[in-house]
Design a protein. Structure first.
Length: 232
């Protein structure tokens, strides 16, 4: 079987597994059954079991990664439809986004240095808390490895989505806007999906914070690289 046929079959398998996973999740809303969690695990298992290389898999599926950009922009629609929330809370949202961005970047890099991780991992971890399209754009400025960046972004999103509700409960966070901002800033797309499950306001605020965090990180990425690795 030649590489083209393998790539096409992998593409079809990806779509089939994803849509079947979505139907499964609609019926049983369990964390481990979420498409963002179960589908990648099944695909990785398929590649390992059938000894298919990453290059063969991504050859005909690469445009699915490209679709992350339009999918992220689609989150702007409910934000536009709820502009009154932004007008009422623009100052707290702005300060929160800047603070969350700085904390996410600095804590990731400092923890990586504490564990003596290689510099390429430090640079890739620095932008783990923003959604994939923004993270890949910032990776070029920071010097991160795109594949590692994408992996860290997914892990961050899934972990944040999984523990977010527990943290809010422990910290006695009850306001919907605060929950949405937390999900959007810490776990980007995955967190935003969870925020919409909680309510419209939570989802709108999460969408806005996710996009603003991404834009801010991309803009300051060259400065991040200069300040954190200038002496290295």
């Amino acid at each position: 079987m030649n590489n083209l046929i393998i790539s096409v079959l992998c593409f079809i398998a990806t779509l089939c597994i994803y849509f079947l996973n979505k139907r499964l999740y609609r019926r049983w809303r369990k964390l481990l059954l979420m498409p963002l969690v179960l589908t990648p695990l099944l695909l990785v298992g398929m590649l390992l079991l059938m000894h298919i290389s990453w290059q063969n898999y991504i050859s005909e599926s690469h445009w699915l990664v490209w679709l992350l950009g339009p999918a992220t922009l689609a989150f702007a629609v409910p934000v536009y439809e709820n502009q009154n929330i932004i007008r009422q809370h623009w100052l707290s949202l702005s300060v929160g986004v800047v603070t969350a961005t700085l904390v996410a970047v600095c804590s990731s890099v400092w923890l990586a240095r504490l564990l003596a991780l290689p510099e390429i991992i430090q640079r890739s971890l620095a932008i783990r808390s923003i959604t994939t399209p923004f993270a890949l754009a910032a990776a070029k400025q920071v010097g991160g490895q795109p594949d590692l960046v994408a992996l860290f972004v997914v892990i961050t999103g899934v972990f944040g989505m999984a523990v977010g509700d527990v943290l809010f409960l422990r910290l006695a966070v009850k306001q919907g806007m605060a929950k949405g901002a937390g999900f959007g800033a810490a776990s980007h797309g995955a967190g935003t999906a969870r925020a919409y499950e909680l309510g419209q306001q939570e989802g709108v605020v999460s969408s806005l914070v996710m996009m603003l965090s991404g834009v801010v990180t991309v803009i300051i990425a060259p400065l991040i690289s200069q300040l954190l690795w200038a002496a290295h």
